[in-house]
Design a protein around this ligand. Structure first.
Ligand code: PLP
Length: 383
């Protein structure tokens, strides 16, 4: 069966495929709008590249193929106007892996790693697992935006033993796109206190408004010149299971030092992941642009529903397919349980360091999202 490449409504059934998202409430009538992958099929250009790689028939140990760095460089130049040296690109089997490796390579045991909270859960747990400390700097919530408390950031950076900052940019779960001004202030603080910035830009292709993404490392600033960028095609083209991401290293960090920091625990990237990544970066932009239109419309649907439910509020995401919904005004201690009881499965804010919130993933067919939003309304209806 062939499918129109732009059809974001006709999605394959994922039951029985080992889908983390769909297995969680297996056998229950709970719509899973939690973990950050999409229910959309990856575009034909990516499928064709995977098929071509399969037809080659040999899947031996695989280094970064010759076009991996250049394909990412071309994508970043076209989309963000950022020119990188393709020779500084190194494949990793995940962005999370890249974060863990950067911590092990560039900090010492006991060091503090700053992160803005709420945040994607591995930002909280990985430093601890690596024998480092998580240093939380809460973002400040206003009706229109989540913003950085620069005094709190300065104080955290000045603490003895704080040596790294993990920036999630654009930010999961709030959908914040940090401005050039924000990034420059972060860079100034990082430089003053000898803090290395690692910028996770996995969401940077999914900016929904005109905001525009400024890569941290593209700044004309000394702190940018020593920073590490992590990115991947996995969020944008729905390739997370193919486990292929990229680190963009500053000069001074040897390419093979990153993998070595894994102490033998980190595998090479698999050849199908490379094939998919290269095709997505080289040929996936027309599909990406159509996707962004759908995701912006879905974000707006969530906003409209949230606005109608007493006690809920949500700062509109400017990037990602996630909505970070504040449920504290409902007086409900456990909004996650309330949603699940109504047949809706969001992510629980507690995992992001902030109880009282839920995160909703809108990357599913519009009809499914509409049903999910009916269930959200039912979950919090007071009648
Ligand atoms: C900010 C952020 N970084 C990293 C990841 C996961 O990346 P990977 O699957 O490449 O480890 C996610 C997935 O949701 C994410 O939101």
């Amino acid at each position: 069966m062939t499918h129109a490449d732009h059809d974001f409504d006709d999605c394959p059934d994922r039951h029985g495929t080992g889908s983390e998202k769909w297995d969680r409430w297996e056998g229950r009538d709970v719509l899973p709008l939690w973990v950050a992958d999409m229910d959309f099929r990856t575009p034909a250009v990516v499928l064709d590249a995977i098929r071509a790689r399969v037809d080659h028939g040999i899947f031996g140990y695989t280094n970064d193929p010759p076009d991996f760095g250049p394909a990412l460089a071309a994508h970043l130049a076209a989309l963000h106007g950022w020119s990188i040296d393709p020779g500084r690109v190194v494949g990793t089997p995940g962005v999370v892996t890249g974060l863990a490796l950067a911590a092990r390579l560039l900090t010492r045991p006991g060091d503090g790693i700053i992160t803005f909270t709420p945040v994607y859960p591995p930002f909280l747990s990985l430093p601890v697992r690596a024998g480092r400390r998580t240093v939380r700097v809460p973002l400040v919530q206003s009706p229109a935006a989540w913003t950085i408390d620069f005094d709190a950031l300065e104080a955290a950076a000045a603490e003895a033993g704080t040596t790294m900052l993990w920036l999630c940019h654009p930010h999961n779960p709030t959908g914040t796109v940090f401005s050039r001004g924000d990034l420059l202030r972060i860079a100034d603080i990082a430089m003053r206190h000898g803090v290395t910035v690692v910028s996770d830009e996995i969401w940077s292709d999914l900016v929904l408004d005109d905001a525009g993404h400024v890569p941290f490392a593209s700044l004309d600033h000394p702190a940018a010149a020593t920073s590490v960028t992590l990115t991947a095609p996995s969020k944008t083209w729905n390739l997370a299971g193919l486990a292929c991401a990229a680190a963009i290293l500053p000069t001074g960090i040897e390419r093979d030092s990153l993998r070595k920091a894994g102490g033998g625990l980190v595998p090479m990237v698999n050849p199908l992941g490379y094939a998919a990544a290269e095709a997505a970066w080289r040929h996936g932009d027309a599909w990406r642009r159509r996707l962004v239109t759908v995701l912006a419309r879905h974000r707006d649907m969530v906003q409209e529903t949230v606005a109608r439910i007493p006690g809920l509020s949500c700062v509109p995401a400017r990037a990602t397919y996630l909505s970070w919904i504040d449920c504290r005004g409902t007086g409900e201690d456990d909004p996650q349980a309330r949603c699940e009881a109504a047949g809706l499965g969001p992510s629980d804010g507690r995992d992001f360091g902030t109880p009282g919130f839920i995160r909703l993933n809108n990357a599913c067919p519009t009809t499914r999202l509409a049903e999910a939003l009916r269930r959200l309304a039912r979950a919090f209806s007071t009648t």
